[in-house]
Design a protein around this ligand. Structure first.
Ligand SMILES: Nc1nc2c(ncn2[C@@H]2O[C@H](COP(=O)(O)OP(=O)(O)OP(=O)(O)O)[C@@H](O)[C@H]2O)c(=O)[nH]1
Ligand SMILES: [Mg+2]
Length: 217
């Protein structure tokens, strides 16, 4: 059997057209199920929208902001020329851990995320972004708890690789491995990325190509 070159598969997967097609503010209003979905979760400002842009080679597919809490809905993006050609959907999730937006909004987002994570059969994996400068914080632990309870496959991505020294990178990787050790549902491999330098972006595309292969999509 010939070995599949997932690095190249991943590159090709994200090289084609990609478009925003749906925003959900409520779990009653999700797009019609189609291709497998991968979702990007993480604290406000961790770099979810930036990572989506880097993955798809766009400058402004997903909205990047200096104001934490900017992405307030589930934003769906489709990879492929049209719906019949769709291979994958990317979901930019609202950031958590940002108290200043008010209790009511937080309750809405929490419900939306909870319902989506528990109820979406097409959801193949959640990539949980952790800020490389901060490491795993209590708000991240809450998200990981929710994922454990939702029985969703998830993998951690460390972000902002460009902001750290080599020693700091080693420290945060070690600490993250320790934090995940008690979570058997977590995918064991951690990907360290930078949307600015491009570090880890090819590895992330490769990971997604491998995932699609694993689920037979
Ligand atoms: N140095 C550096 N800055 C980054 C990187 N990724 C994102 N940023 C910056 O971090 C800030 C937040 O980025 P976003 O992509 O908007 O973060 P988000 O997670 O989508 O935030 P919310 O939508 O509020 O949840 C912006 O100022 C980005 O320019 C990175 O890899 N390196
Ligand atoms: Mg965002």
């Amino acid at each position: 059997m010939t070995e599949i070159d997932f690095l190249e598969e991943g590159r090709l997967l994200f090289a084609g057209p990609c478009d925003f097609f749906f925003a959900s503010a409520s779990s009653k209003d999700l797009p019609y199920p189609g291709a497998p979905e991968i979702a990007f979760a993480g604290r406000s400002n961790v770099g979810k929208s930036s990572l989506l842009n880097a993955l798809t080679n766009r400058k402004s597919l997903a909205r990047v902001s200096n104001t934490p809490g900017r992405t307030q809905q589930l934003n769906f993006f489709a990879l492929g020329k049209n719906t019949s050609d769709e291979r994958l959907r990317l979901v930019d999730m609202p950031g958590y851990g940002y108290a200043a937006v008010g209790k009511e909004k937080i309750a809405n987002w929490s419900k939306l995320m909870r319902d989506y994570l528990r109820g979406r059969a097409e959801l193949a994996r959640v990539y949980v972004l952790i800020d490389g400068r901060r490491g795993v914080k209590p708000a991240d632990e809450e998200m990981l708890d929710l994922l454990d309870q939702s029985a969703v496959s998830y993998q951690v991505i460390l972000t902002k690789h460009d902001e750290l020294t080599a020693a700091e990178r080693n420290r945060v990787v070690e600490a993250t491995i320790t934090a995940l050790a008690k979570r058997p549902a977590a995918y064991p491999e951690i990907i360290f990325t930078s949307s600015q330098s491009g570090e880890g972006i090819a590895a992330l595309r490769e990971s997604v190509a491998r995932l699609l292969h694993e689920i037979g999509a």
